[in-house]
Design a protein around this ligand. Structure first.
Ligand SMILES: C[S@@+](CC[C@H](N)C(=O)[O-])C[C@H]1O[C@@H](n2cnc3c(N)ncnc32)[C@H](O)[C@@H]1O
Length: 306
């Protein structure tokens, strides 16, 4: 048996799971520094750096989502964005989102406003079978405000039913939303949270990275929960559709490829957004030669009308 695999097996057997996860992340994937661009080489390099921070590593999906959202904003020339966690519960995710936003602000020079939405008192009463009352009940997963609020240092909390607090959020004239985590568990709550994507284009990037947490395993299916809310939204006829980022795991660093979260990453596409068709990276493939070698560079500027 080779020594390295043997050591790995021993470490796996004796260390707690989170320590093994942490070691996996920092092992051997030190990407060489890559200059900024909203392309996979920069995203992979930056992501590999971010998850060395223990809090970022608790929510790699948030790290990826905020990073990709901020990178899009930077290429589009927008200086500030908002990131949102729908469903805060105990608050571990929102605390991770704060740290992630700190680090990505430093890497991109994009200002990031952080928001958490929660009832404060746990899940509302399931409305019907689509809320999967076999799994969820009223008052489940409440927030402990006394414990959480003193720990938050930059996130703004919107407390109350999400259907109402979204209106208050929009009235506050937020910076464009770049990343959203949907973790409200219920179909009805996710349906209400998706009202955000029916607001004015001023409040969203042309593509918003969206993470859906409650779509895997258990009794999740296409007709209940978050998947039903997505399908209903996509069927509503608006020129905005929520689609998986197909195959994302094959574009992430090797250590993320066996994880579940890449399959929960979606884009909300706002096809009629004034910036939807604006080029979204600094460099693009310009030529591919007979050997299959790609030449990258800045694309020609669009012709100015006379
Ligand atoms: C699973 S917990 C969130 C966990 C958190 N995202 C994390 O990563 O640590 C789900 C939360 O969604 C909240 N929630 C569900 N439906 C809601 C609604 N309609 N309005 C506001 N909050 C809601 C509940 O209060 C609950 O705390």
């Amino acid at each position: 048996m080779a020594i390295a695999p043997a050591l790995r097996s021993i470490a796996k057997a004796i260390l707690p799971r989170h320590a093994v996860e942490y070691l996996r992340r920092i092992r051997g994937e030190n990407w060489p520094p890559v200059p900024f661009d909203n392309t996979y080489p920069w995203l992979n390099y930056t992501f590999s750096e971010l998850v060395k921070n223990e809090r970022c590593a608790q929510r790699p999906q948030y790290a990826w989502g905020v990073m990709q959202g901020a990178a899009l904003a930077k290429v589009l020339g927008l200086p500030k964005v908002s990131v949102i966690e729908f469903g805060v519960g105990g608050g571990q995710g929102l605390l991770a989102l704060e740290t992630i936003s700190d680090l990505i602000e430093r890497k991109t020079n994009i200002r990031i406003d952080v928001f958490g939405f929660d009832s404060g008192v746990g899940l509302p009463k399931p409305e019907d079978f689509r809320d999967q009352p076999n799994m969820w009940f009223e008052g489940q997963l409440p927030m402990d405000r006394a414990k959480l609020e003193p720990k938050l240092y930059r996130a703004k909390l919107y407390l109350g039913p999400v259907k109402e607090t979204i209106t208050a959020f929009i009235k506050g004239n937020p910076t464009p939303v770049a990343f959203v985590s949907f973790d409200l568990d219920l179909y009805s709550s996710t349906r209400d949270a998706l009202l955000l994507f029916k607001s004015d284009f001023a409040y969203v990037l042309p593509r918003v990275v969206s993470y859906f947490d409650d779509i895997f395993g258990h009794t999740y299916n296409d007709y209940c929960g978050e998947r039903a809310a997505i399908a209903e939204f996509n069927g509503s006829g608006r020129a905005c559709k929520i689609c998986p980022i197909y195959g994302l795991r094959y574009f992430t660093p090797r250590f993320a490829r066996s994880e579940l979260w890449p399959d929960g990453m979606y884009f909300a596409h706002f096809f009629e957004h004034p910036l939807y068709s604006t080029r979204d990276s600094l460099n693009k493939p310009i030529v591919v030669d007979v050997n299959g070698t790609w030449l990258w560079g800045p694309p020609p500027r669009p012709q100015q009308p006379n």
